[in-house]
Design a protein around this ligand. Structure first.
Ligand code: FMN
Length: 264
């Protein structure tokens, strides 16, 4: 005897269509339902990274606890001018999403894209610690291409804007044991105290190809390279120099420096 589907192929197609439709609705609904939770988890992770950077700075955690009115404040910065854009809510601004927005994002020409990110937001969320009218710590979001992924992290600078207070990566897809060493404490602990620019204003911060000779002039600016992860390391150097440069946070850092020196 012929089965019902042999008798009616249209019925087979209808059943297949209904199953596909139901499954796609379930998958889409789950994705939509989970999106706020995923976003909240990412947000929490970022917050923990920032707190970890602060906790590693000698005296800063105590400064935060000990002084009333001192806290880590998020601000939106317009990169081109370096001005604070406090009319934008830093708590909800999403720079990754903004990068792809026709108004909020800009495409980077290849010759001005050493971090190989393609596009970036015109605005960024920075975190500041201010005490007695002086900015003590500036935490900048940074990202760029590594070996196999985009590396996302935070760079903290002291109030002089030229001394690294800390570096941390909170998201990447580099190879475990090779590029992923950039998130290991021994690597991150080699950054505090490194200088960003030399006395001529040249950006010198970065990772050496090998071990840094402590007696070389580069030792003030560079940390030891990671074996087998040359491309990840070069990505870190490039992204740091991009975000600290004129197309990144340089205009903002100049304003911080002037404010701390008592300028306009
Ligand atoms: C499976 C695999 C994973 C790799 N992962 C990385 C990585 O995460 N970061 C990196 O810089 N190089 C990685 N490499 C190595 C690069 O291909 C390249 O050889 C390396 O960056 C050169 O570094 P070296 O001069 O220190 O040996 C990987 C290679 C292979 C085969």
């Amino acid at each position: 005897m012929a089965s019902p589907t042999e008798e009616n192929p249209a019925r087979t197609l209808l059943v297949a269509f209904v199953v596909c439709a139901v499954c796609s609705v379930v998958v889409s609904a789950t994705a939509v339902f989970l999106e706020p939770r995923q976003r909240a988890n990412r947000e929490r992770e970022r917050e923990q990274q920032i707190q970890a950077i602060v906790a590693r700075q000698p005296g800063l955690a105590e400064l935060l606890e000990g002084l009333e009115g001192v806290s880590l404040e998020p601000h939106v910065v317009e990169l081109a001018t370096g001005e604070l854009a406090d009319h934008i809510d830093a708590a909800t601004f999403d720079a990754r999403r903004a990068a792809n927005d026709p108004l909020l994002g800009v495409a980077l020409p290849a010759d001005r894209d050493p971090a190989r990110i393609g596009r970036r937001s015109r605005f960024a969320v920075v975190y500041l610690i201010e005490a007695a009218g002086r900015i003590e710590l500036v935490i900048l979001p940074v990202h760029g291409s590594g070996y196999a992924s985009t590396l996302y992290g935070y760079l903290a600078l002291a109030g002089d804007t030229n001394t690294v207070a800390g570096l941390s990566f909170y998201e990447h897809g580099e190879t475990p044991g090779l590029g992923s060493e950039i998130e290991e404490p021994y690597f991150l602990e080699s950054w505090p105290g490194k200088l960003v620019r030399d006395e001529k204003g040249e950006l010198r911060i970065g990772i050496a190809l090998d071990e840094v000779d402590p007696d070389s002039p580069d030792a003030a600016y560079e940390v030891d390279g990671l074996t087998g992860a040359t491309r990840t390391c070069s990505g870190v150097t490039q992204l740091l120099r991009y975000w600290l440069g004129e197309d990144g946070f340089a205009p903002f850092l100049e304003r911080v420096r002037l404010k701390n020196e008592g300028g306009p």
